[in-house]
Design a protein around this ligand. Structure first.
Ligand code: PEP
Ligand code: MN
Length: 292
């Protein structure tokens, strides 16, 4: 059968019947929308920065102040956290409802929009009151009843790719959100898991190639998260720059005031000074290559 995308697991038929809402209607079709004053689409590259976890009120206020000053468009940070294992370090203190309250305070005080994860259905109303973008984490990517409920809030949604999901699976999950009439959907690549990445210094492999591959098929913006993808702070800069060069519509970075003492995944965040340099370099690339 004639296939526009030979070598991929996506067929022309899939595009028509499995994800018609995600699929581009013509070659240059690209979603363009605003979230709390920030433009998503072909003429802007969006930067999300913040810690893995909202650790305390003081910490999140300090991060909001600094990342805003440096030029982040959104502050990120989980109050509700998916952890791979049930055991927690002494520093780990999931702040949950309090964390959401502190994010609200940080957002209002420093005038910066918030992206944060919701993991359970019962917290959708609370999280959507404060979040400008609701994050659906990689682990929930195919929890269809849950993502449909998130979609019904009509809040913008970032759908992180599960680390074992094909592009076809990922777009199928995004289609569930669009199917509910929610058009503000942002995809986020955060690394895939393949056997040779099974080392403690790099749990995942950044799938840079999925950026152009997704853009060939869908009009949705695609963000890259090199922090989760590399799990290793020294590799965040090269992969962030490569993502910008590959045409990502946004970059999500873990930024912590004291990275080595991050309560979660201390190997991956960068500090404010590193973020400042990197944000400048990312903007240089996107301005020079893509004029945005
Ligand atoms: C996160 O962004 O904090 C997170 C847990 O990401 P992921 O779902 O990609 O692991
Ligand atoms: Mn994380």
């Amino acid at each position: 059968m004639d296939n526009k995308f030979p070598g991929k697991d996506i067929s022309n038929e899939d595009i028509k019947t499995k994800f018609p809402l995600c699929a581009k209607k013509h070659e240059n079709h690209k979603s363009s929308f605003e979230v709390s004053g920030v433009k998503f689409g072909s003429d802007n590259l969006v930067i999300f920065a913040g810690p893995n976890m909202v650790e305390s009120r003081e910490m999140i206020l300090d991060v909001a102040k600094n990342v805003k000053k440096i030029g982040a468009d959104f502050i990120r940070g989980g109050a509700f956290k998916p952890l791979t294992f049930p055991y927690r370090s002494e520093k780990y203190n999931e702040t949950r409802e309090k964390g959401i309250e502190w994010l609200k305070e940080a957002k209002e005080k420093y005038n910066i929009p918030v992206i944060t994860e919701v993991m359970e259905e019962k917290y959708i109303p609370l999280v959507s009151e404060v979040a400008d973008i609701i994050q659906i984490g990689s682990r929930n990517m195919q929890n269809f009843p849950f993502i449909s409920k998130c979609a019904k809030t009509k809040k913008p949604i970032m759908l992180k790719r599960h680390y074992g999901a094909s592009l076809r699976d990922w777009l199928g999950a995004a289609e569930y959100i669009l199917y509910e009439g929610n058009e503000k959907v942002i995809l986020c690549e955060r690394g895939v898991s393949v056997p040779h990445t099974h080392r403690s210094t790099s749990r995942f492999l950044m799938d840079l190639q999925v950026i152009p591959a997704a853009q060939e098929i869908t009009h949705l913006p695609i963000v890259s998260d090199p922090s989760h993808a590399t799990f290793w702070r020294k590799w965040v800069r090269p992969m962030a720059l490569a993502s910008a060069a590959a045409g990502a519509d946004g970059i999500m970075l873990e930024v912590h005031p004291d990275p080595e003492n991050s309560a979660v995944d201390p190997l991956q965040p960068i500090d404010y000074a590193e973020f400042e340099n990197l944000a400048k370099e990312i903007k240089l690339i996107s301005k020079n290559i893509y004029n945005r």
